[in-house]
Design a protein around this ligand. Structure first.
Ligand SMILES: Nc1ncnc2c1ncn2[C@@H]1O[C@H](COP(=O)(O)OP(=O)(O)O)[C@@H](O)[C@H]1O
Ligand SMILES: [Mg+2]
Length: 291
């Protein structure tokens, strides 16, 4: 079993800036949820895994969908099973406790050790969802009226909540969280990220792929800019395909790994072939300013 550690300092497979490490440690020290926002692919979900691994705790993941209700995280009362058992089974259906199924928050509270609880993509649920969680997250307990029981956290879990959307979360909810925005990594940090995934990657291939990637991201008006996950897949595709680094910025091989929208595809290729490609602009102003 892993030994629990007091502070988070990142892990060998996850690059965490010092700011991010501080936010994680402050939120755990204060016993407040850490709300992580950032573009898709900026490592929000992976952060929770890294905290669990780095601090020697188990991870419980509550994936939020548009239909998820706050109460689902606490428990559900399985009336269907109880009805079934009462008609066809030989169980004693009078003890309702057998039909209480704990959700991820319930499990985290009942765990006999401190765990990391990831509430992933909270913005997928309806607007009431965050507020409906407030009370239980504050007091770390909830009642089950059907059985008259109260579930209390044995150990306050480290709660990580992620959100992709621009849309604002309710003020009352924000007040109770420590907030951290993960900015899109700059090229230096991105190189480190790629390196932890592909330590043996040829340096020249990495340089060329990064140049092309940030050039694409700098094109105005793209519907969906490629993110870290797409870059990682692309680098792998380039390696497997045996693409020579010199070809990367000229031909953008396997562009479909990076770009997923028809219009963006057209826009990138048009730029590439219109004399506004990377070759010419690399000596001029503007387009490679992010690089
Ligand atoms: N800081 C980082 N260190 C290592 N890998 C990262 C980092 N940020 C993103 N990644 C990688 O990028 C991909 C997307 O990360 P993910 O956590 O799913 O992003 P998000 O949840 O923000 O959409 C994963 O493969 C992850 O390993
Ligand atoms: Mg995610």
């Amino acid at each position: 079993m892993l030994e629990a550690r007091a502070t988070f300092t990142g892990t060998s497979d996850y690059i965490a800036s010092e700011d991010l490490q501080n936010s994680v440690n402050v939120s755990i020290a204060l016993g407040r949820p850490l709300l992580i926002k950032g573009e898709p692919g900026t490592g929000k979900t992976m952060l929770a895994r890294s905290i669990a691994e780095g601090m020697g705790m188990d991870l419980l993941i509550w994936n939020i969908k548009s239909t998820t209700k706050a109460k689902d995280g606490l428990y559900i009362y399985d009336t269907v099973q109880r009805l079934y058992d009462s008609q066809f089974g030989d169980h004693d259906v009078s003890d309702i406790r057998h039909y209480i199924r704990h959700g991820k928050m319930g499990e985290a509270f009942l765990s006999d050790k401190k765990v990391v609880l990831l509430i992933d993509e909270i913005d997928k649920a309806d607007i009431e969802f965050p507020n409906d969680l407030l009370w239980e997250l504050d007091v770390m307990s909830f009642d089950i009226p059907e059985t008259g029981e109260t579930v209390r956290a044995n150990h306050r879990p480290a709660v990580i909540i992620t959100s992709n959307a621009e849309k604002e979360l309710p003020d009352a909810f924000l007040r109770r969280c420590v907030f951290h925005y993960i900015s899109f990594p700059d090229a230096e940090m991105m190189k480190e990220i790629v390196r932890v995934h592909y330590p043996d990657l040829e340096q020249k291939l990495l340089e060329e792929a990064m140049k092309a990637f940030y050039w694409i991201r700098s094109i105005d008006g793209l519907q969906k800019k490629p993110s870290t996950s797409e870059l990682l897949d692309w680098v792998q595709a380039l390696t497997i395909g045996g693409i020579s680094p010199a070809k990367i910025s000229k031909e953008l091989p396997f562009l479909g790994v990076l770009i997923k929208k028809d219009n963006d595809f057209g826009a990138v290729l048009q730029r590439l072939h219109s004399g506004q490609g990377m070759q010419r602009k690399s000596s001029g102003p503007g387009i490679l300013r992010n690089w």
